[in-house]
Design a protein around this ligand. Structure first.
Ligand code: AMP
Ligand code: GLY
Length: 426
């Protein structure tokens, strides 16, 4: 088979490694890819939103399957565009990708179908939003409706802060048109868990659990980022929690989307909060998580191409997903300044240390080759250093050991990825 993967982040590097491992794949291309993906795929310089060029490439190169797991192209209809040309593609159609693309849509869906989530209201008028804030409990959560690179959520400690937040999102358009509509929701407390599932429109198959670390600094301080590190499995995702989620959340969501005439096919990401009243949905994403994928896929035993087929052929109920009985930790190495402005073009040293090291992965996120052939930084999150271990503690020790092999100007990482593992034991 000839496969085209669309994207160029750490998640795509992990997906590319899984695809390249399949005995069914003869040739893998990635558009646009990055310096790490180039080790397992031929990178082609086409942007993820250039559907016309991607379709032309797929036709000219006899691509059997295209794979997409990034929110922007999915919400903009890349799957619909490929299908309209008779091309096979793994990903979610636009009418279902809206489950991530519009928080107002997903909140209304959960309300209509009784899926547990934080209480909320939606607003298109800033004045009405501000009036609503009077008399609410704080902290309170403001969410821009649309896609905002995972940054469109403000947790506001006071009435004044929340009013300022409404102005920033709805009037100053800090997150652009994503802020045309606003969700104001109840602040929940509890542990967060990411649960990813393959969904074929009717059935789902859950992958192993994981946990992200969204804030930039140690001890969950600093700004929200796309994710600074992950571990898998989550010791807090117990059998009891799994049972509750299966009963109250997963199948209900799949059925709700089908009932709305928006059958969901692809990867559905459940961002869960384990509250005192049971698990609740914080958010849905229409794709693999980043950097969750970097700890989930290295543990998956199935041939990923078989799973993609089962999704597209609506027979997920016929397969069984299998995960190794081990653990993985991913530590993101970022460029100083991220998630605000940061330098680019810094030469990265130490990458060769990963060659031939079983159980260690250096997933590239923001990297490229410069004109001298050096691997240099080209994004905020630069690398995701992942290690496997028999236990979470072993995986964590190995990931931090390997993170020390890397050197570039201005690099930073969190030092407490997986600290919750110790809490679980306490
Ligand atoms: P989201 O983009 O919806 O995943 O939100 C980003 C982060 O904000 C989440 O991972 C949570 O840590 C936090 N968050 C979102 N909604 C709530 C809520 N209702 N209560 C508490 N924290 C929240
Ligand atoms: N790690 C969070 C996300 O992929 O949205």
């Amino acid at each position: 088979m000839r496969v085209l993967l669309v994207g160029g982040g750490g998640r795509e590097h992990a997906i590319a490694v899984s695809i390249a491992k399949s005995s069914r794949v003869d040739k893998l291309y990635c558009a646009p890819g990055n310096a790490g993906i180039a080790q397992v795929a031929e990178c082609v310089p086409i942007g993820v939103m250039d559907f016309k060029a991607l379709i032309a490439f797929a036709k000219d190169n006899a691509i059997d399957l295209t794979v997409v797991s990034q929110d922007d192209p999915l919400c903009a209809g890349i799957v619909d565009a490929f299908e309209a040309e008779g091309l096979k593609i793994f990903g979610t159609r636009a009418n279902a990708a809206i489950i991530e693309g519009s928080k107002a849509f997903s909140k209304n869906l959960m309300k209509k179908y009784g899926i547990p989530t934080a209480a909320y209201e939606t607003f298109t008028d800033p004045q009405a939003a501000i009036s609503y804030l009077e008399g609410q409990k704080f902290p309170i959560v403001l969410k821009a409706d649309g896609l905002a690179l995972g940054k469109g959520v403000l947790i506001c400690g006071s009435y004044e802060e929340a009013c300022e937040g409404v102005r920033e999102i709805m009037l100053d358009k800090k997150f652009g048109s994503a802020g045309n509509e606003l969700v104001i929701e109840e602040f929940m407390t509890g542990r967060e868990v990411s649960a990813l599932a393959f969904v074929d429109g009717k059935h789902y198959q859950l992958m192993t659990s994981s946990q992200d670390h969204k804030r930039a600094g140690d001890g969950d301080t600093g700004l929200n980022t796309g994710g600074m590190g992950t571990f898998s499995p989550s010791p807090f995702y117990t059998e009891e929690i799994d049972r509750l989620c299966r009963e109250r959340i997963y199948q209900k969501t799949v059925d709700a989307m089908a009932a709305e005439g928006r059958p969901f096919k692809g990867v559905l990401y459940f961002g869960l909060m384990l509250t005192q009243d049971g698990p609740k949905v914080v958010e849905y994403n229409t794709r693999f998580g980043d950097p969750e994928t970097q700890v989930v896929l290295p543990r998956m035993k199935n041939d990923i191409m078989d799973v993609f087929d089962a999704v597209m052929e609506e027979r997920l109920d016929e397969i069984e997903l299998e995960f190794a009985d081990n653990a993985a930790v991913c530590v993101v190495i970022a460029s100083g300044g991220y998630p605000l402005s940061y330098a680019k073009g810094k030469v990265i040293e130490g990458l060769d240390a990963f060659n031939g090291k079983e159980g260690y992965y250096c997933f590239h996120a923001g990297t490229k080759f410069d004109e001298n052939g050096n691997v240099v930084t080209s994004g905020g999150r630069v690398l995701g250093i992942t290690a496997l271990g028999e236990t979470l503690k072993e995986a964590r020790a190995r990931a931090y050991e390997a993170a020390e092999w890397i050197r570039f100007d201005g690099q930073y990482m969190r030092h407490d990825i997986g600290k919750a593992i110790d809490d679980a034991e306490a």
